[in-house]
Write a protein that binds this ligand. Structure first.
Ligand code: ATP
Length: 350
């Protein structure tokens, strides 16, 4: 069993004024795939490097499979890492690159060869086994790095933005391959990315980080559907969640000039309403909005509209035709409205 338990990890770099991680706690179940998601500088890589043993925390504790590894060196943690830069040895063939870690462990040559062929097959590298990395594409090099990591039969797989050097199309196809491989292996995995699409598609759970802290942890679709605060709603999703000022008075919620009954848990006064672009419909008696930008995406038409001084992104059906300057009428699906405190911007839960 290789469950990970992280408790109260604090790390400040020498000379740094801010904490790179600020009291981070996280449990990862055996075989679970957890994605650390957040903007640049939020502490994702630092957290991963402390898990790997490449950085030591100032305070806190890390256990893997029940064993306290907080101050153990990387090689005593039985984990494999894949980094953003391909980090393959240029002067070794794909075959020797993939088998390198096993050979270092003095695994017999026959067993190494079998394992290398197994991984090469999984990662579609069999035709390239005798090539040198210089003659591989970026995607193939990154496949070599993943193959090299998975042959080690590690308890834990750590990945830091492994897809970010690949072009958009390759990222998508490799992402699905990676998901299948890790699913089939069942290895406990922690994966760092700033790409919300990657986080949603790969993770069993997503931990959204900001300023050295985990601000929300949960099932990707729950986090997408019910952001814990405005930051998460804005960071997750493309386009980001829309936020509109609103007011509750006399049991009525006034938003964008329209009134509707307010949910009982909302306090009277000012608040923020969040709604995703796909939950805004077009209807004849809806809120009047002016179309500013029309972006067909193939699967939908993304409209940037203005309602008074507020901008609302609307995902319209792919057949919808509009031009900048048009007036449309918008309907906010009541069940999809999310409510946030106007000051703290934290979700107001029922
Ligand atoms: P990115 O996506 O840009 O890699 P990140 O979320 O992984 O960002 P970290 O690399 O963990 O963030 O950095 C967290 C904070 O710690 C940042 O403020 C960063 O400037 C600082 N930091 C990171 N590495 C070092 C270092 N070696 N020395 C000093 N400060 C560092």
């Amino acid at each position: 069993m290789a469950e990970i338990s992280i408790e109260g990890l604090v790390k400040t770099y020498p000379g740094g004024t801010e904490r790179a991680t600020d009291d981070v706690s996280l449990d990862v179940a055996d075989g679970e795939f957890v994605v650390l998601l957040g903007p640049s500088g939020c502490g994702k890589t630092t957290l991963l490097r402390m898990l790997a043993g490449l950085e030591l925390p100032d305070a806190g504790k890390i256990t893997i499979g029940g064993r306290d590894v907080t101050y153990q060196p990387p090689h005593q943690r039985n984990l494999s890492m894949v980094f953003q830069s391909y980090a393959v040895f240029p002067h070794r063939t794909v075959r020797t690159n993939i088998g390198f870690g096993l050979a270092m462990r003095k695994v017999p040559a026959k067993a190494v060869a079998e394992k290398v062929e197994w991984a090469a097959d999984l990662l579609q590298l069999t035709p390239y086994l005798d090539r040198y990395p210089a003659k591989l594409s970026g995607g193939q090099r990154q496949r070599v790095a993943v193959a090299r990591a998975i042959v080690m039969d590690a308890d834990v797989l750590l990945m830091d933005e492994p897809l970010s050097n690949l072009d958009a199309l390759l990222r998508l196809s490799f992402r699905a391959d990676l998901k299948k491989i890790v699913q089939d292996l069942g290895t406990t995995t922690v994966y760092v990315t700033h790409d919300q699409g990657e986080a949603l598609s790969l993770g069993d759970r997503v931990a959204v980080m900001r300023s050295g802290r985990i601000v929300q942890l949960g099932d990707p679709l729950d986090v997408y559907d019910r952001p814990a605060d405005r930051f998460v709603g804005g960071f997750l999703g493309s386009p980001p969640m829309n936020f509109l000022p609103a007011t509750v008075a006399d049991g009525q919620l006034a938003v964008a000039g329209h009134s509707r009954p307010a949910p009982a848990h909302l306090p009277a006064g000012d608040l923020l309403v969040g709604i995703r672009a796909e939950h805004i419909g077009l209807s004849d008696d809806g809120i009047e909005a002016h179309v500013e930008v029309v972006e067909p995406t193939g699967a939908a038409v993304l409209l940037t509209t203005r309602v008074g001084t507020e901008v609302l992104k609307v995902s319209a059906p792919p057949t919808f035709r509009a031009r900048p300057g048009d007036t449309v009428r918008l309907d906010l699906a009541p069940d999809a409205l999310r409510y946030y405190d106007a000051e703290t911007q934290l979700a107001l839960s029922p």
